[in-house]
Design a protein around this ligand. Sequence first.
Ligand code: PEP
Length: 260
Amino acid sequence: MRPQMILAGNWKMNGLTADLEEVTRLAATTAEMAGEVGIVICPPATLLSRVSDVLKPAGMASGGQNCHIAVKGAHTGDISAQMLKDAGATYVIIGHSERRTDHGETDGRVRTKAELTMSEGLVPIICVGETLKERENGVAITVVEHQLTGSVPAADKGADIVIAYEPVWAIGTGRVPTNQDIADMHKAIRTWLEAHYGSKGSDIAILYGGSLKPDNADEILAVENVNGGLVGGASLKAEDFSKIIAAGQRVQTIRRAAAT
Ligand code: PEP
């Protein structure tokens, strides 16, 4: 079973060799939390194997940011799930809204990629989320349920997936939904997962993503059915990301105590 609190950093198209220092710093400052919470960095593919080499000995994981729909072949400039695995990845972000927008990724492609990554032994982090217009029109939950129906692999492919709820309008903007809106959406996603996977749907981590920062992490991560975060900008600096990880650990400790 995956850890019930996962903090995953999405570096997007950021990061050069010099930035590996941040990974080393992160591993040093958060190593003692790594058993209790899942800590993941998804760097650009150029840094993946070097990031994996730093994180693995510290009990942390790395991930890719996308993969091709095919296993291998004549696809210049693309990267396969198998290559990500070979470079040390455990996770792959699939269907991020920037890829849905910039590369026209449909739900169907997202599902095919997710199934492919699972067959390669990787865990897909499948992203869903509504636009501002959809939120304002009151259809956010319907839109996300529709994305889940189109993007999540068939139940017979196994349930080793992670979902990231990322409202498009909250990504990189400093705006976040209310805690109640996050709770309502995560509850709707949980209900959908349980209908799709049965009892296994209760154990799937649902991450929140979109302007998660050190100063709002305690509050957001404590929302019911929030099992971690997918973090963009604030994952680039070890100092910021380690504060978010510490917030996740605090929430996890409180939940564990409440469960005993
Ligand atoms: C993201 O792009 O996955 C993301 C959550 O970005 P940010 O944290 O910068 O809003």
